[in-house]
Write a protein that binds this ligand. Structure first.
Ligand SMILES: [Zn+2]
Length: 276
């Protein structure tokens, strides 16, 4: 599944490659998939996208917004899979969940792996969509300061029990982070996934904040994770430290074997020595 670095990479590449192209045909795919969330019928999508021009793209959290001018926004969100540019429409994949064909013979397809939103809104209406409306600051925004992070933890810690992994992956508390980057963030912060945020010391909070910001910055700079693909079907350059390949391997810090644990709807990979 894409996380913020992959969506930021896609938005940058769309701005460099697709902006200004004119849509000749928009299609909601040729491969029925019950976990793709559409808000238009195929006929509506075809009619509303025809003749529109690709404007600017931007990412926020796990959402990608592509302006279709005039007056519409294509929204891809909470998805994984492949979002691709094809210099020639003859090279599109056999199965896809969304297609835009352009007047110069090129094309854009999106094919999700598990689930995901592929929706078309009148510009501005997308901001009323659940999960987009009221989205909290993401770690790459200026609002995501140490003070903001402190207040977030204080607020949560005073009302409920929550683990470090829960802080990073649940309820959009820190939008844009998913299970994959969470593993590296917790490793760098030296925290066990189940560590209660109520028990974080000042020093640990500082380390966790730094780990979040640094991990995201690095993954963005490197064009996303190595196990996800960009607009040109190239893997990202960010090598994950803690993933399935790390299990049984020595911890880069202390040499203890890395272990795997199922927790909060996904696999955790961590060092039982460094992350207690
Ligand atoms: Zn270790």
């Amino acid at each position: 599944m894409f996380e913020l670095p992959e969506f930021i990479t896609l938005s940058r590449q769309i701005n460099e490659t697709l902006t200004g192209k004119i849509i000749t045909k928009g299609s909601l795919g040729n491969s029925p998939h019950k976990f793709v969330w559409y808000n238009r019928t195929p006929e509506e999508f075809f009619t509303l996208t025809q003749g529109k021009i690709i404007g600017q793209a931007q990412a926020k959290g796990k959402w990608l917004f592509i302006s279709l001018e005039p007056a519409y926004v294509l929204v891809l969100g909470e998805c994984g899979g492949k979002v691709l540019f094809h210099p020639s429409i003859s090279a599109i994949p056999k199965k896809y969940h969304l297609l835009l064909a352009f007047d110069d013979g090129s094309a854009f397809t999106a094919t999700t792996q598990m689930w995901g939103a592929m929706e078309l809104y009148e510009a501005g209406e997308e901001r009323n969509r659940p999960y987009i409306r009221g989205m909290r600051p993401t770690p790459v925004e200026p609002e995501f300061t140490r003070e903001y992070f402190e207040a977030l933890i204080e607020g949560l810690a005073s009302t409920e029990k929550r683990s470090a992994k829960g802080l990073l992956t649940q309820e959009g508390l820190i939008p844009g982070i998913g299970n994959a980057l969470t593993q590296d963030i917790l490793f760098k912060a030296r925290l066990h996934p189940r560590y209660a945020i109520q028990d974080l010391s000042q020093e640990q909070r500082k380390q966790l904040f730094r780990a979040i910001v640094d991990t995201l910055e690095e993954a963005i700079r490197l064009g996303g994770r190595y196990d996800e693909f960009d607009l040109f079907n190239q893997p990202g350059g960010y090598q994950r430290i803690m993933d399935s390949h790390a299990v049984g391997q020595p911890c880069p810090h202390c040499g203890t074997a890395i272990v795997k644990m199922q927790y909060l709807g996904g696999a955790c990979y961590f060092c039982p020595q460094c992350q207690q």
